[in-house]
Unconditional design. Structure first.
Length: 276
């Protein structure tokens, strides 16, 4: 059939911004996709979680921060020539924590701060979810340890060391800051932001997440029985990070919440019986 001479060029071409012409039928309008209930809005995810391949500068930053961190905390290589054995253990921890916190902020601080845009939508709901997760994981830890060890489970050596350092009269408050705020940031940068977020273009997220959770627990364990305390925490931190769109600020908030509650218990619970 010859074309209708009265038709406009636009109608003849059959192209409008929201339509697609089928070669065997009438024009079909494609509906815009509807987001699923509860799905994260793209603008809420951290810009740092982009799956783009890493640049040379990215690899340099990761190497300068990650290699020393793994050497000190995963491989337990502490050069005695730098930190003599006679030094106070709390002082050594504060120095190391300060160095790595400065490095984390220098190399990844902009990405960390920009990730707080995730909290612009429904912040109360998201923070309440973290509190609920903390209660759930605390009860899960307690149930696992009760089932394995009975009513008197052993205290993890890492936990004992932290409590001892917090009791240091000279550096206890400084160390408390690093336990509650500083080191959660350093650890989230390494175990979540780098091992999962930065490396996600090169391996499946489930594999990177499994490695992240295990290494996080391993770093905190002096004995394998300590895994019952730290592996659930590593798993939940990984899930918080991945399910929030690989948002480093959100996983840090959970980590800081968990550690801050522990610090508060150490400082205030022993005084409760005295004030009663």
């Amino acid at each position: 059939m010859p074309p209708d001479p009265s038709a406009s060029p636009t109608e003849e071409a059959g192209t409008t911004p929201a339509t697609m012409t089928s070669p065997q039928g009438p024009t079909v309008t494609e509906p815009l996709p509807t987001p699923l209930p509860g799905a994260a809005v793209p603008t809420e995810a951290a810009p740092a979680s982009s799956p783009k391949h890493l640049t040379r500068d990215d690899w340099v930053r990761i190497a300068i921060f990650g290699i020393p961190y793994a050497s000190f905390f995963l491989l337990d290589i502490i050069p005695t020539s730098i930190f003599p054995a006679s030094w106070n253990a709390t002082l050594v921890n504060v120095i190391l924590d300060s160095i790595f916190l400065v490095m984390a902020l220098a190399f990844f601080g902009r990405e960390f701060l920009s990730a707080f845009s995730f909290l612009r939508r429904r912040p109360v709901r998201k923070i309440a979810l973290l509190l609920g997760l903390w209660l759930l994981i605390t009860m899960t830890q307690g149930a696992i340890r009760l089932a394995i060890y009975g009513p008197n489970p052993p205290v993890a050596q890492n936990q004992q060391g932290v409590v001892s350092a917090l009791s240091d009269s000279a550096l206890g408050l400084t160390f408390a800051f690093f336990v509650a705020i500083g080191m959660p940031l350093v650890e989230e940068i390494f175990y979540r932001h780098i091992l999962i977020g930065k490396l996600s273009p090169y391996a499946p997220t489930w594999l990177l997440g499994s490695i992240s959770a295990f290494l996080f627990a391993y770093m905190h364990c002096h004995e394998w029985q300590d895994m019952t305390m730290y592996l659930p925490v590593g798993i939940i931190l990984t899930l918080v990070y991945v399910k929030s769109g690989k948002n480093i600020a959100y996983s840090w908030l959970y980590h800081a919440l968990n550690n801050s509650i522990m610090v508060a218990i150490v400082f205030f619970v022993p005084t409760l019986p005295q004030s009663a």
